[in-house]
Design a protein around this ligand. Structure first.
Ligand SMILES: Nc1ncnc2c1ncn2[C@@H]1O[C@H](COP(=O)(O)OP(=O)(O)OP(=O)(O)O)[C@@H](O)[C@H]1O
Length: 419
């Protein structure tokens, strides 16, 4: 892992050399105009949204940008897309770049959806004929129906996203840039979009996206880049970078660093939890905070029901177990364990995950639960915490740590141990 410029061994499709973005901040908006007048002195200060950085992204790489709000992720993506000019340095892109940045950016509000498809496609370098050939696919993908003939200023934000997404993925881009777009749109569309992104990834396209969803970064990317206050703090394998970043966020929660952690907001329209219940040794409890202690012999079960979308694959269910200091002790996901999850034709289903002989040592714990897409990457809903409980393990009273591991001992009255 490194925090300096990193060049990819693959053929580079994105190259940034010493690129920086500086904003001048004025006390009043009118000061910006006044400054252009000769001999007029106004108060302003310089803000480094992105400090000088170099970056090389190879063909077929999927790079995830992480960092807190205001870290410079969108700024970096906009510099790469060319929608923002750098204050210094050079940006080189080899190939066609399609981007999903701000909602509706690149669309002319007065033009119809159809006209915007042609305008956008032309900007991306497609000929009229190529666009005519692809128009039906784009229209179908967007699912906006007759609204394609209406000016886009009449569109809802959902319709905007659908059309923008359809254009971006159907124009056969070499590079796809996505600013948190994986989390927009309703359940069925988000899933379809996500599948399309995975297809682009599998076909060797280069993808750059930013997300606050660290699990998604680890699951999809082959490189992660952590930005903080306009600077690259670390880049390298997603598992390592996310681990370091999580440590930093954990420091924030403990008051050692300086800001709250952003939450993943569930979107309406996506599969959602309906009810969650906990059972101890088969006895259902109505409380999600179990007041009594659980011993190392107990079986703890967590059950959940959900309302999903009819005609969509059943979601995946995952749970994480945390100790009272916030550390994740264990996790389980139906997509990892290849557990079968079923739902009815109306998209309703339920699941129970049991931990027999819960071998945790004394202390307080909590469980978080998640509903994800069938591949276990796209988040639909979460409950944090879903349950809190206290372990009492009289049998292991003096043991220290978090978990009681099954063990065997051997000893010999000599210096030789049996192999
Ligand atoms: N036009 C502008 N003028 C001045 N400052 C700006 C301008 N645009 C962005 N900034 C500042 O640059 C910094 C980086 O912003 P950016 O949007 O890139 O962050 P981000 O990491 O994408 O955050 P988020 O996760 O909230 O989207 C922020 O402090 C932001 O306020």
């Amino acid at each position: 892992m490194t925090n300096s410029a990193q060049s990819s061994p693959r053929e580079a499709v994105i190259e940034l050399k010493d690129v920086a973005k500086v904003y001048r901040i004025y006390q009043k908006p009118s000061d910006r105009l006044l400054e252009s007048l000769p001999f007029k002195k106004v108060n302003s200060r310089v803000f480094n949204a992105l400090k000088p950085m170099s970056l090389s992204v190879g063909k077929g790489e999927v790079v995830g940008l992480i960092g807190r709000n205001g870290a410079g992720k969108s700024t970096l993506l906009q510099l790469i897309c060319g929608t923002l000019p750098p204050s210094q340095g050079e940006v080189k892109i080899h190939g066609r770049i399609a981007a999903l940045l701000e909602l509706g950016s690149g669309f002319n509000p007065e033009f119809t959806g159809r006209e915007n498809v042609f305008l956008n496609g032309a900007i991306l370098g497609l000929s009229r004929q190529e666009l005519e050939d692809r128009f039906e696919e784009i229209h179908q993908f967007s699912e906006i129906g007759d609204a394609i003939e209406q000016p886009v200023k009449t569109y809802s934000s959902g319709m905007f996203v659908r059309l923008a997404f359809a254009v971006a993925v159907c124009v056969d881009p070499d590079v796809l840039i996505i600013d948190e777009a994986l989390s927009v749109g309703d359940g069925a569309f988000a899933k379809k979009s996500f599948d399309r992104i995975m297809r682009l990834k599998e076909s060797g396209k280069t993808i750059l996206f930013c997300s606050h969803n660290l699990y998604q970064i680890e699951a999809i990317c082959n490189r992660a880049l952590w930005l903080h206050k306009g600077e690259v703090i670390a880049q390298g394998s997603p598992a390592e970078v996310v681990h370091r970043y999580e440590g930093f966020l954990y420091g924030i929660e403990q008051g050692q660093n300086d800001a709250p952690v952003p939450d993943i907001a569930p979107d309406p329209g996506r599969p959602q939890f309906k009810s969650v219940w906990i059972s101890l040794d088969g006895q259902q409890t109505t409380q999600t905070k179990i007041p009594v202690g659980i011993t190392g012999e107990s079986t703890l079960s967590i059950s959940a029901s959900w309302q999903g979308n009819a005609g969509q694959p059943a979601p995946s269910f995952a749970a994480t177990l945390h100790s009272s200091d916030g550390r994740m002790v264990a996790s389980a996901g139906s997509h990892i364990d290849l557990a079968s999850i079923s739902q009815n034709e109306n998209g309703q289903g339920s699941v129970t995950l049991s931990f027999p002989h819960l071998a945790l040592l004394k202390g307080e714990y909590w469980i978080e639960i998640y509903l994800l897409c069938d591949q276990g990457i796209l988040f639909y809903d979460q409950q944090i915490p879903a349950a809190r409980f206290k372990m009492q393990s009289p049998a292991f009273q003096l043991e220290q740590g978090i978990v009681h591991l099954a063990r065997q001992w051997s000893s010999a009255p000599s210096l030789e141990l049996k192999k």
